[in-house]
Design a protein around this ligand. Structure first.
Ligand code: NAP
Length: 306
């Protein structure tokens, strides 16, 4: 048996096609949607992510603004930048790219973003609304996972879902969304005992732990749907050869770049038992940005009563 793969890029394109119609009607109504990204410091991955988000805005005719602050910025500098964007009527969505440098009070910053512009869904009021099921939108990566499941016809209601990871950004909000979608949800984390056995109970297993290639077939019930949220760079040739020696494209990729991008799931092992699997790259990744634009369009429509 070989698992059927989800096509994240194709699903993201479907979402973009729908959004383009809504963006055009907002522009016609003289309310072009706008998204601001606050980038603090010089974390190379954060810069890549922000640039991708800005590029997606450009493709879709969404106004974007990148506000950059130096690595040495203080909490008050970031608060000032957020305040200005809160007041800026041309910006419907504000995202503060995480992680922030260690001297900055992340909680204070996230709580300062106007809740109706908080398109990442990380303001305490928005998290509270998510828990209560009264949210206007949810954090982008968990929303992307839900869209992937919904648009691929994966049944969630009544199924056993196991979420590996309980982070504020991914695992925790995703578990809540799955619960609202009537799955029976188990949340696992670094203190969970006998992770493979708990994982094997899942009809739907989501890995969001940031441990490259850790999830192997022994974690997966035969036929289960496995969603891999992890994104890691593996540079160790021995590991790459051990896992991907039978996959010529991945070996070629490694030879060319001296690294491969992988998820938390060992795809070669898990593909043998899973029914469906979201690959890395090309799975959940493209959906995160699509849902960010989705949330921005939603914010624009709500703010302008369109
Ligand atoms: P995070 O904040 O580091 O959280 C990791 C979670 O996994 C924590 O809850 C941690 O448990 C748990 N964990 C770590 N090691 C574990 C282990 N050996 N067994 C069981 N649980 C373990 O990470 P994150 O921000 O949620 O991101 C997770 C992964 O998703 C990363 O690879 C990240 O790059 C990726 N990601 C992808 C996207 C996307 O667009 N596809 C977006 C965001 C993140 P404790 O709580 O006990 O510490």
């Amino acid at each position: 048996m070989s698992a059927q793969l989800f096509d994240g890029a194709k699903i993201a394109q479907q979402i973009y096609d729908e959004l383009m119609v809504e963006i055009e009607s907002l522009r016609q109504a003289k309310h072009p949607p706008g998204l601001a990204a606050v980038l603090v410091g010089d974390n190379p991955a954060s810069r890549i992510y922000v640039n991708r988000k800005v590029a997606a805005c450009a493709r879709l005719n969404v106004v974007s603004r990148k506000v950059e602050l130096p690595q040495s910025a203080a909490t008050r500098d970031v608060l000032r930048a957020v305040d200005a964007l809160n007041e800026d009527d041309s910006m419907d969505g504000i995202l503060v790219q995480l992680p922030l440098p260690p001297q900055i009070d992340e909680k204070e910053i996230l709580a300062r973003v106007r809740p109706d512009k908080d398109v990442d869904g990380l303001h305490p009021l928005n998290i509270g609304a998510l828990v209560m099921g009264t949210h206007r939108w949810a954090p982008c990566t968990p929303s992307g996972v839900m869209e992937m499941l919904r648009r691929s016809g994966v049944e969630v209601a009544g199924r056993r879902a196991v979420v590996l990871g309980r982070s504020r950004l991914v695992g925790h909000p995703l578990a809540i969304l799955l619960m609202h979608a009537n799955a029976t949800v188990t949340i696992c984390h670094s203190k969970t005992r006998n992770l493979p056995a708990v994982s094997r109970e899942a009809d739907l297993l989501v890995a969001a732990i940031g441990r490259p290639l850790m999830i192997t077939e022994e974690f997966v019930k035969p036929g289960a749907t496995v969603i891999d949220v992890g994104i890691s760079k593996v540079t160790d040739g021995e590991t790459v050869r051990k896992v991907f020696h039978s996959v010529p494209e991945r070996m070629k990729e490694f030879d060319a770049k001296q690294y491969v991008i992988v998820g938390d799931v060992n795809p070669v092992s898990v593909e043998k038992v899973a029914g469906r699997l979201s690959p890395v790259p090309g799975g959940v990744g493209p959906l995160t940005i699509a849902m960010l634009i989705h949330n921005t369009v939603r914010a624009a429509k709500m703010r302008h009563g369109v």
